[in-house]
Design a protein around this ligand. Structure first.
Ligand code: NAD
Length: 254
């Protein structure tokens, strides 16, 4: 088992890629604190993967208190932390024109601030255990521009910058910091990118447009992202830090 005895924290853990990550972390021997805003979805997670292996923590990560306190609760419940996958994020407004400033701030807070605070809260605990691994979630929109999601793209570029900077700052403590950059993924959040107008035909057309630009010609499966994260937090990636890893079927290779 690749994570035997490890203490892991996953945010936005109850659905999509986060859930696939929890499944893999548990399978590989870790105890996992799973943070999410949905108590119901967390209940299902615990029922599926086992109460002894998954500690559910309900929190709104778009608030600084929620982001900080939930990580503190996770560390206390696990008795330390070796791994953090700070995965929470959201699409945000579709345009900078007539910008809804509250929606803008919420997107920045969930995508960037929660990741920043998560790393900030966990670093000392990792240092105390001789090191650790942090993975953030950016996007293809954190590596190239996004016509449909400018705020999201700005936030996800910030997450890549945070990754590289923290990789430098924490390398001496044996804490590795990396980020995964998925393409459009087959999860509930997909509709937040392709279906903003609420028109299913438009959502299908937008999805087809994105898939048409993916050299491998399909959406990302949640498990494919979780597999990349599993490798990044495992000892197999022991000398890998500061990397923004696309999981995108070649989308950003052009
Ligand atoms: N789905 C995509 O196409 C895609 C592509 C690239 C990157 N991403 C990134 O992946 C991450 C999550 O995406 P997913 O596709 O796994 O999503 P998902 O929709 O499957 O799951 C999102 C989870 O986040 C939780 N959540 C929502 N708001 C929250 C809040 N304020 N506090 C705590 N938890 C909250 C939800 O309850 C849900 O369990 C985000 O960072 C997103 O930007 C998604």
């Amino acid at each position: 088992m690749r994570l035997q005895g490890k203490l892991a924290i996953v945010t936005a853990a109850a659905s999509g890629m986060g859930r696939a990550g929890v499944e893999r972390f548990v399978r590989e021997g870790a105890r996992v604190a799973a943070i999410d805003i949905s108590a119901e979805a967390l209940d299902r997670l615990v029922a599926d993967f086992g109460a002894g292996k998954v500690v559910p923590i309900v929190a709104d990560l778009s608030t600084p208190d929620g982001a900080r306190d939930s990580i503190d609760q996770a560390v206390a419940a696990l008795g330390g932390a070796d791994i953090l996958w700070a995965h929470a994020g959201m699409p945000g407004p579709a345009s900078v024109e007539n910008l809804d400033i509250d929606a803008y701030r919420k997107a920045i807070d969930l995508n960037v601030t929660s990741a920043t605070l998560g790393a900030g809260q966990v670093a000392a605990h990792m240092r105390a255990r001789g090191g650790g691994a942090i993975v953030f979630t950016s996007s293809i929109s954190g590596l190239v521009g996004s016509m449909m999601s400018p705020i999201y793209s700005a936030a996800k570029w910030a997450v890549v910058g945070l990754t590289k900077s923290l990789a430098l700052a924490l390398a001496g403590d044996n804490i590795r910091v990396n980020v995964v950059c998925p393409g459009l993924a087959d999860t509930p959040m997909k509709a937040g990118f392709t279906g903003r107008s609420g028109d299913p035909a438009e959502a299908a057309a937008n999805e087809a447009k994105v898939v048409g630009a993916v050299p491998m010609g399909r959406l990302v499966k949640p498990g494919e992202v979780a597999d990349a994260v599993l490798w990044l937090v495992s000892d197999e990636a022991s000398f890998v830090t500061g990397v923004a890893l696309p999981v995108d079927g070649g989308f950003t290779a052009r």
